[in-house]
Design a protein around this ligand. Structure first.
Ligand SMILES: Nc1ncnc2c1ncn2[C@@H]1O[C@H](COP(=O)(O)OP(=O)(O)OP(=O)(O)O)[C@@H](O)[C@H]1O
Ligand SMILES: [Mg+2]
Length: 247
């Protein structure tokens, strides 16, 4: 891929909800294999930015490209292509309660990707292995803990072989032990070279796993840089205060 292998390229993005400017000239790039952590106070625009990258929102100005395809402007984005390239996991898992873990994962593979039942089952077994839930393949969501359900949701997304995974506060509904399980799975993915953008309040995770940290404030990229550098030497009072409050 040209230009430094950028999987996601965000330039001068403006997003408004009516009179409210939620993203105000946001820009950065995510290269292949990078893990980016987006941090910042509530309301700073983190989820909105991820939703824009996933093609779930239209933007008023600027550009977003995922794997070279434009996203977010009316008329842009072959949606089908974007759905192939981007996997997104939210705080709520949205598994189908009446389907087994396996079927939750194979559904999109057989219906959307038109894979054979056997191919899809093999893929489901692979991704369940990746999230450490091989033994739950026949279980129903209600028989799983919150952390396990979230890991199934991650597996379901991985099954589609996205080029980039977006995670929005995926652990914020979980207690500490389950949080650790899910973060462990994400850390594993990062180590395997998955390109990821994660919005997280888990500063320990961000420090340990992220290559690049983006601190958002008032709809802007207030600070950005390699993780160790950024945390070692906050440049702005806002980021210093944020880091202090998250300790
Ligand atoms: N659909 C919408 N309509 C109107 N305003 C919205 C909409 N979605 C988000 N906003 C506003 O945009 C701003 C940014 O919201 P966003 O959800 O992106 O923040 P966030 O950084 O993810 O916060 P949190 O840490 O609480 O999840 C907020 O002021 C929010 O009220
Ligand atoms: Mg949010």
């Amino acid at each position: 891929m040209p230009e430094g292998d950028a999987v996601v390229r965000i330039r001068d993005v403006v997003k408004e909800f009516g009179p409210l400017r939620v993203l105000d000239g946001v820009g950065f790039e995510v290269t292949r294999g990078q893990t980016v952590a987006i941090v910042g106070r509530s309301g700073s625009g983190k989820s909105t930015l991820l939703r824009c990258v996933a093609g779930l929102e239209t933007i008023q100005a600027g550009e977003i490209e995922v794997c070279g395809h434009p996203v977010g402007r009316p008329g842009s984005a072959a949606r089908a292509q974007l759905r192939r390239d981007v996997g997104m996991v939210f705080q709520s898992y949205n598994l189908f309660p009446h389907l087994t873990v396996e079927r939750n994962i194979t559904l999109a593979l057989t219906l959307v990707k038109k894979q054979s039942r056997d191919e899809a089952k093999k893929r489901a077994a692979d991704v369940l292995g990746m999230v450490g839930l091989t033994d739950k393949i026949g279980a129903y969501p209600e028989q799983l803990s919150g952390g396990q359900q979230q890991r199934v949701a991650i597996a379901r997304s991985l099954a589609l072989q996205p080029q980039v995974m977006l995670f929005d506060e995926v652990t914020s509904a979980l207690d500490p032990e389950l949080t650790a399980e899910v973060l462990g799975v994400m850390e594993d993915l990062a180590r395997r070279g998955m390109t990821m953008i994660t919005v997280t309040h888990e500063m320990g995770f961000a420090r340990r796993v992220a290559d690049l940290v983006v601190f958002m404030h008032k709809g802007k990229v207030w600070e950005i840089g390699p993780t160790a550098e950024l945390f070692a030497e906050p440049k702005t009072a806002e980021f210093r205060q944020f880091v202090g409050s998250e300790l």
